[in-house]
Design a protein around this ligand. Sequence first.
Ligand SMILES: Nc1ncnc2c1ncn2[C@@H]1O[C@H](COP(=O)(O)OP(=O)(O)OP(=O)(O)O)[C@@H](O)[C@H]1O
Length: 760
Amino acid sequence: MRWQENVEQTLTEKKKCIQCITEANHPYPCRGENRSWTVQYRTAACGLFLKQRSTRPEFRPNHFEEWDQISYLYINDAKSFFDVPREKLSPKPLRPRQDNLKVVKGFRSHGVHNILCATENLLAYTMDPTKIAKSYLKPPSKILKSGSIPKLLPVIIENKSSGSCDVKDQAKNAAVSQKNTNKVFPRRRSKSATDLRLLGTIKPTLTIERTVKPLEKSAPLRIGQKRPITQKNEEPNKPKVARVKIPDWDYKSRFQELQKKYHTLQDEHKQIKTQVSNLPILEEEVKALRESNKINQDQLELLIKKEQKLIEEKIEVLQENNTLKNELSKSVKDYHMLKNLHEAIENENKENLSRLKSLQEALNASELAVMCLKEKCASLDFATQQLKRDLEEHENLRRSLHNTIQDMKGNIRVFCRVRPPIDNEEIEKQQCSIFFPSETTLEIRKSRESVSVTGGKNMDLKQEFNFDKVFPPEANQTEVFEELSQLVQSALDGYHVCVFAYGQTGSGKTYTMQGSAHDHGMIPRTIDLIFDKIDKLAIGDWTYTVMASFLEIYNENVKDLLSPNSTHNYELRYNEGRGVTVTNLQIVHIASAAELKTLMEEAHKNRAVAATDFNEHSSRSHAVTKIHLEGYHKNSKTKYAGSVNLVDLAGSESAKTSAAERLNETKSINKSLSTLGSVMLALHNKDSHVPYRNSKLTFLLQSCLGGNSKTLMFVNISPFEECFYESINSLRFAAKVKDIKINAKRNKTYGMMTPLQTKH
Ligand SMILES: Nc1ncnc2c1ncn2[C@@H]1O[C@H](COP(=O)(O)OP(=O)(O)OP(=O)(O)O)[C@@H](O)[C@H]1O
């Protein structure tokens, strides 16, 4: 039951919708004899398979409803196909479609007329044409006689989705199929095929029909080729004559017919003979043709190879062409990009050019302005030079006037300053009556109670003193410094200036000279003023060199306050022209006021201090701050050398009130102060000998006290009654100093001291 298996398999494949071609060729068990036929049919494309071949009910051919889906069917052996079910081949199911029934081909086989028909849906089948003629069709005028049945070749059914054939074959078959199908069948597609196409599962198939055409009479016979036996009445050009059956008794007619056949055969024999005689020639021709064919084949092979080569080259060229195309498109893109860039740059260039142009114009205008300004500068330079010359002249005039004024004021000036009571002193201590009748006069009195305490001793209890300036307790540091500042200018003008504070211990000397953290005294203010004036004088082309030294004289010994632990021996030396100098003393170059103040604080810390009855932090030494000033004017080459000596003397103290452990210290202080008094007295009396060298203090201040110097002495007074006599002594000493007249001279081209060590 191979065919049945095939059918079932077909059914399975139908479900899968992949069936392309199924060919069945199997024995047919009908009539008890084995017959074979070939049916080619589609299953997947039209959902069809042939069932009519079986005696089984499910395969009976009256299942035409399934045939409806046949698009095209060839039956090679139609007779055997329809023999068995013929009586069952009821045309009933076809009736509704009879109008569409068309005869495609008719043929006779085994004495039975068959016809190949097609419906609108390309249904094709064969059946007895007489039945068709009777019931549905016209008489079978188109039915061919026996012997004209074309040999039906296997149908090639192609499903493009199958991919079973190669592309070339498919195309070729498709072309042939289309051609043949168009000739034979209507071009309409089956409904089911269309449906299936719409479903998209399988594309409509192509059917190719090949028929072997009968050889034409005029065609030359080839070797081994048999002339087809053709009937005269079957020749297409001749009109068909109805065959009349000759009765058996009509011998004459039969003889004539046989004669005709004989003549015909004779003619054919002659023709064959002629053709046989031509055979060697034909054989030679064939031989030649074969050779030429061989050559042609070789050439063909060569040509094929060449063609293949050319195809390969073409492919390469195409590939190269594609690559070049890609490169070209890329290059075109690049070109456009570069073009845009170029345009952008050009626009930018244009903008830059216009900007450059405007800038050039601005530059030209600026150059013009610069030229004008240069001219102005030149004229201003000239004016400046002129002004500088004027300034110099005025400066000189100012200096001379200033110093004339200072000279007129006196080269030794004395200021008296009365300190205020501090803390609880106002309550605890009895105060003297001190009056200030004028700016230069001080009147000091003792109270009556204190007079009675003295036991009615005849004393002048009212004293009046005149000084260059008198500062009451409420006077602040700024007011005091105002008077001193004029002497600072003299120091910058090449004078030696000496400022010292004299007075009883606790009278306010250190406060006047150093001041407090919040209210600077004379020394820091002098430092600030010096550097301020140096800056201003720089405008007039003056340059100054500033140096400083700090020392103290304690118990008649000189000590460098910048080197407190130094073991050097500090000796006082008198140098003609340079005055008194101290050996081994550090003289430090100073670049700024801040630097000098720092050194001043350092020196102040190193000073000898002790507590006395009148001062908790009494200075027990004479402190001397010396600031060397050297000015140089580059235009006039003028050089001035001046100095400012700021001296904070140790406080005078009565030996009676002094503590025993500080007695030597007090004696030494008092001795030096008494020598100072002697020197002042000698200077006042204009003695020939002035005892400068009796103490280191007077020796050091020799040039300040009686020499080429402008001196300012502060006499500090305590306001308390207990200090009354000390105050009177101080005031009297100061009054004598005030009367001393000295002539100070400007130090031109005065050599500077060489600093031992420079601190920065
Ligand atoms: N003008 C003043 N205004 C306010 N306080 C002052 C004034 N003068 C001095 N004093 C204060 O009086 C006290 C003693 O002053 P200072 O130490 O200056 O005296 P002195 O004369 O230097 O003493 P010594 O000789 O013992 O060193 C300090 O506390 C100081 O602050």
